[in-house]
Ligand binder design. Sequence first.
Ligand SMILES: NC(=O)C1=CN([C@@H]2O[C@H](COP(=O)(O)OP(=O)(O)OC[C@H]3O[C@@H](n4cnc5c(N)ncnc54)[C@H](OP(=O)(O)O)[C@@H]3O)[C@@H](O)[C@H]2O)C=CC1
Ligand SMILES: CC(C)(CO)C(=O)C(=O)O
Length: 315
Amino acid sequence: MSTIDHAATTGRRRVAVVGLGSIGGVIAGALDATGRHDVTACVRHGIARLVVERPDRTIEARPRILTDPAQADIHDWVLLCTKAQDTASSSPWLQRLCGASTHVAVLQNGMGHTERLAPFVGGATVVPTIVYYNGERLAPDRVRYRRASDHDFAVSDDAGGRAFVELLEGTGMQILVSPEFKTMAWRKLLLNAIANPITALTLQRQGVFRREDMGSLVLSALEEAAAVARADGARLADDEALKLRAMLMTFPPDAGTSMYFDRLAGRRSEVDALTGAVIAAGERHQIATPLCRVLLTLMRAADAAPIPGLMEKAK
Ligand SMILES: NC(=O)C1=CN([C@@H]2O[C@H](COP(=O)(O)OP(=O)(O)OC[C@H]3O[C@@H](n4cnc5c(N)ncnc54)[C@H](OP(=O)(O)O)[C@@H]3O)[C@@H](O)[C@H]2O)C=CC1
Ligand SMILES: CC(C)(CO)C(=O)C(=O)O
């Protein structure tokens, strides 16, 4: 019996997680803990085990670890969990892991997952996802999961989205299957385009949004970006910006953002794929985005001059 036949009859899948950081570590641990699948982590530096701290329990997982793409072969599922700008550098993994019947779930913020992945995955099926949970990498082999919303993921209401739901059965992850995926992706991008650079620039976790003087800045920037999203076809409510600002207030104040952690670690941030994507869409639709441009320019300048030792100071 071939691997694919075996998978079809047992539901057991060979799953490769590329990028074992905040988001990849959480999902690799959750999948491995179900015992339903064979989970492989594709990493640049080996680890002996993977610990996931959750509010309800701590998981100690032992996925198979690969450190060299040459060791990899075709898998049923690939979960790409690198930053958007690291997609191309992950291509040696993708090329080895993807065959015609592989599904590649993209666990990245931003829009345009399918177009971003197309050059690297051959005939594999790309499954865009929206990730809502908050992940924090505490050490190379340890991550923290925080629930930040009613759902951990949203996927499109199509065959790929439903296959992803089936893959994650038993993980406890809450997944919304939505016929309004584009609108949901825009809504999430609005949050990331504004909230992520503000936390990274101020070097403060999400508690910074509870400052009184932050409210009008956040609202104006969200309104600006929401106008772009609407012009691009997102079906947003008239008071979407107000709703999103209110949602930000419900996120745990001690949760960081992925961009905040990039700044602490002195890594290049994802600002071009997030805030930059709103500005680019604004240009296509001839909508001015001055506040997003301020955030983008400041973040690019911060990226260009990393400050050593920030991570240690933040501990
Ligand atoms: N953190 C969060 O709460 C959330 C993040 N997201 C999104 O999820 C995506 C992932 O973010 P996050 O997990 O926070 O990022 P992290 O920086 O924590 O993790 C990214 C991982 O990718 C790895 N990586 C980078 N390049 C390669 C490569 N060429 N080959 C193999 N591994 C590679 C890094 O490895 P190394 O350790 O070797 O550098 C790192 O482990 C982003 O798009 C982010 O916006 C979405 C929702 C919430
Ligand atoms: C919504 C938020 C801020 C949750 O962690 C996020 O997506 C990120 O950190 O990139």
